[in-house]
Write a new protein. Structure first.
Length: 266
């Protein structure tokens, strides 16, 4: 799905207003990251307040997905600091150290990564039982509620191969929510989907944002970013070129590179 293809969404719930007590739950400060000789991030800084949604947009290869991976500890940074949901991510250097982080900061990828031999319900229950050591009865009740939240009631006993791509992606979202995270990261979660199934996934994310789930989305869906996000960050060549509210960003972009990008995708 390209950014130029229109997508019809369900009627929008009001974007939650920022609380006077809001504070940054995610903070990225002057982060640099290279893979070999290729400098992917060249000094990225951003803050996302608790209960808000931020959209990262920009051309392919501009560093958007790498920013998410730095926040979730999937990539070690070379310089700078990353704080997320109370964790100093840049100080965590082993999978053992990052277990607590992954409970609080959950990430949904393009690929669903569901276990094909497990039912939908079993996929959602797996991590809370094995990682959080919660009781099966408690986890099962919550998993059923989460599947209802992502509009998949009645699919509990289905296997991933029996579902559409959009349904599998919603199972992946329910699986992440089962850990009760404080922050959700979405990495181009509709990129691999049929255009007809994009809407159902985006509406699920819309619902989460409306409920106050702190969310950071890498997306090519410009209309969705405009309607759902509180902040928009435009990345290019490893830098955040411009940021602002959706109205400021889309209606009155300041930087020539931002204007050029938007002229191609809107």
């Amino acid at each position: 799905m390209t950014a130029t293809q229109p997508t019809e969404f369900a009627p929008s719930a009001a974007r939650p207003a920022l609380s006077p007590e809001a504070h940054a739950i995610v903070s990225v400060r002057d982060v640099k990251k290279a893979f070999g000789a290729h400098q992917v991030l060249r000094g990225v800084s951003l803050e996302v307040e608790k209960g808000t949604a931020a959209a990262l947009i920009g051309p392919s290869g501009s560093g958007k997905s790498t920013i998410l991976r730095c926040i979730n500890g999937l990539v070690d940074i070379d310089e700078g600091e990353v704080h997320a949901a109370g964790h100093a991510v840049h100080t965590l250097h082993s999978d053992k150290d990052r277990i607590a982080l992954r409970k609080d900061v959950s990430m949904v990828f393009q690929q669903y990564n569901l276990f094909p031999h497990m039912t939908v319900l079993e996929n959602v229950m797996l991590a809370p039982i094995n990682v959080l050591r919660q009781s099966k009865d408690e986890v099962e009740a919550r998993a059923v509620e989460l599947l209802a939240k992502v509009r998949l009631s009645g699919k509990e006993k289905s296997f991933p191969g029996q579902l559409s791509g959009g349904q599998q992606q919603r199972v992946a979202i329910a699986r992440s929510l089962a850990m009760r995270p404080g922050v959700m990261l979405f990495d181009e979660v509709t990129a691999a989907l049929d255009p007809e199934t994009v809407k159902e996934v985006l509406n699920t994310i819309r619902d989460l944002v409306a409920e106050g789930m702190t969310s950071i989305l890498v997306t090519h869906e410009m209309r969705f970013a405009r309607e759902v996000a509180h902040q928009v960050f435009f990345t290019d060549k490893g830098l955040i070129v411009e940021s602002g509210s959706p109205k400021e960003f889309f209606d009155d972009p300041r930087d020539p590179r931002t204007r050029e990008f938007l002229s191609h995708v809107l």
